[in-house]
Unconditional design. Structure first.
Length: 198
């Protein structure tokens, strides 16, 4: 048994408002419901993620602890876009560990952290191809960023994507250094092989 309350405000959130749920991205509060669970009355935000065709029910009292937040403001969007123009910071650790860190940043719901993932995993046409898992993480981060910027700036997702790609195009290229480093590593390996053969 659930009763739906329309146009209500709870914990600073109101129905019809767009919000960010850390592990799913941008959704819209479509209602605030009251349900009885094990004899207790529980008030829930009904958050709809139309692109994923999914609805989530979040207890209003737990909204802050699960990380539900309002959309980023213009300043946060500007900071995230500025992050894209920075130099990629790729740690020299195993891919599995880096992938976990990227996943955690994406699921943090923090727009700047998501922008860091987009920046670090971005590949221009001139750069080597990404692995499947790199591509998956890049696309997940890019999708989250596009959706939030589209809603904040009140533009289409295509326009938001163009804005993000424009910022990425301004970032310093790291292909030259990476390729040079790989070549010197390969040359070193070849020297080792030649010494072994001799």
């Amino acid at each position: 048994m659930s009763t739906v309350k329309k146009a209500a405000v709870r914990q600073g959130f109101k129905t019809g408002e767009y919000v960010v749920y850390p592990s799913h991205g941008v959704g819209q509060i479509t209602a605030i419901e009251e349900q009885e669970v094990a004899g207790f009355k529980l008030e829930l935000f009904v958050v709809s993620f139309s692109k994923d065709k999914m609805t989530l029910r979040v207890p209003t009292a737990k909204a802050a602890s699960v990380g539900l937040r309002k959309l980023a403001d213009g300043e946060a969007v500007a900071k995230a876009l500025a992050t894209l123009t920075g130099r990629a910071r790729v740690k020299r650790t195993m891919w599995s560990r880096r992938a976990q860190e990227y996943e955690a940043k994406i699921n943090s719901g923090d727009l700047v952290a998501i922008a860091e993932v987009v920046r670090d995993l971005y590949r221009s046409e001139a750069q080597p191809e990404q692995s499947y898992s790199e591509r998956q993480l890049y696309e997940a981060a890019l999708d989250r960023m596009v959706r939030e910027i589209a809603v904040v700036d009140d533009v289409t997702e295509i326009e938001a994507l163009k804005k993000i790609e424009g910022q990425l195009a301004k970032s310093p290229r790291r292909a030259g250094k990476a390729e040079a480093a790989e070549e010197s590593d390969l040359e070193g390996d070849n020297d080792d092989l030649q010494e072994e053969a001799a």
